[in-house]
Write a protein that binds this ligand. Structure first.
Ligand SMILES: C[S@@+](CC[C@H](N)C(=O)[O-])C[C@H]1O[C@@H](n2cnc3c(N)ncnc32)[C@H](O)[C@@H]1O
Length: 241
């Protein structure tokens, strides 16, 4: 699909980390609510599917990279209470919004850049991310770092929106993502610009087959993906051998 990349929406690569960090700091207070609204409540079922495919064993260790407010890690703690889950993110405000948000569940957060995760090699049984990889500049390096801290035999799994490829549905998705989502973002989060970034970062994101290759380049094996929501959402899974 062809699309324009207005420089006012997508930052230059060198500025992207600071742009992303500031943007998420601004929208942190309404982030969870906006997710539920934008996805018609579907986002939590995608997170459950991501976790099912990541297959952290009972009493295993799970890292949620770019955890934001921790929705993925909290979901794992609810469905599999013996798992030791940790969230990591470079935006303090997102993690602060997630601390203690689920009664009775304790999720430790670590402030860290995805490219330099403060964990030893082979620490986690599974490393997962949701809607994070689109925000990083060097995707191969990000997956390589996730693979480094994954135990041999463990999985690295990634949930993302993907550029729509269905010719019939594409105009509808473009209308929704480019017009309606920024409008809701303006009303609910008071930040239309942040929610204008979302569609642009989606169309700028690799299609599922390409993302598969990126994960393989990062050293992951047996990579596969499943698509959701008419092919606009994909979950990729790779194994560290
Ligand atoms: C769209 S949010 C996703 C939050 C959460 N994973 C979810 O499922 O809702 C993306 C998160 O990735 C974080 N992030 C982006 N780039 C990062 C990086 N290089 N290192 C650490 N966190 C990063 C942002 O701060 C933000 O909290």
């Amino acid at each position: 699909m062809t699309t324009t990349k207005p420089s006012s929406i997508l930052p230059d690569l060198a500025e992207k980390p600071v742009f992303v960090n500031r943007m998420f700091a601004r929208i942190a207070p309404t982030y969870d609510l906006m997710n539920r609204l934008m996805t018609f409540g579907q986002d939590q079922s995608w997170r459950r599917e991501l976790l099912r495919l990541a297959a952290t064993p009972p009493h295993g260790r799970l890292l949620d990279v770019g955890s934001g407010t921790g929705d993925i890690a909290y979901t794992e703690l609810r469905r599999n209470p013996s798992v030791q889950a940790v969230g990591s993110d470079f935006t303090y405000e997102m993690m602060a919004a997630g601390v203690g948000k689920e009664a009775g569940l304790f999720l430790p957060f670590v402030q860290a850049d995805t490219f330099a995760l403060p964990f030893a090699d082979n620490t986690f049984d599974a490393v997962v991310s949701g809607f994070m990889v689109r925000n990083v500049v060097d995707r191969v390096a990000a997956f390589r770092e996730m693979a480094r801290i994954t135990k041999p035999g463990g999985r690295v799994a990634c949930l993302e929106t993907t550029p729509p490829t269905n010719a019939l549905l594409t105009p509808l998705f473009r209308l929704y993502f480019f017009r309606i989502v920024p409008l809701i973002g303006g009303l609910v989060a008071g930040d239309r610009q942040a929610y204008a970034y979302l569609p642009h970062s989606t169309v700028d994101f690799p299609e599922p087959l390409e993302l598969m290759r990126i994960m393989e380049q990062a050293g992951l094996h047996h990579v596969f993906f499943v698509e959701k929501m008419f092919g606009t959402v994909a979950i990729h899974v790779g194994t560290k051998l």
